[in-house]
Write a protein that binds this ligand. Sequence first.
Ligand code: SF4
Length: 102
Amino acid sequence: MESNLNCQAYNCAYNKNNYCYASHIKVEGYEATITPETYCDSFKNKSSFSFSNFSSETNLTNTQNISCSAKNCTYNVNGACNAKHVDINFENATCETFRLSH
Ligand code: SF4
């Protein structure tokens, strides 16, 4: 099974082989104009949380499972993300796909 959401934050409890198994994620960045001002609010540090059944394929997260507050992003449509592919960074779980709309 594949997803169009790739996440490098392998220190997240929902991350498995760079896929996200949170089923739904929230990306924040209401005022963001650059990638470092965005972040995945669903990130859970692996050292503090452990999930035994997170790897279920039904929990695989796709871009259509993203709620996003980064209203300045060109891919944001009323709080949903319409990017064909989203990459979440290792660095603070920011959204690498963010593009400032003009
Ligand atoms: S690409 Fe844009 S709309 Fe999609 S999650 Fe990233 S910041 Fe939000």
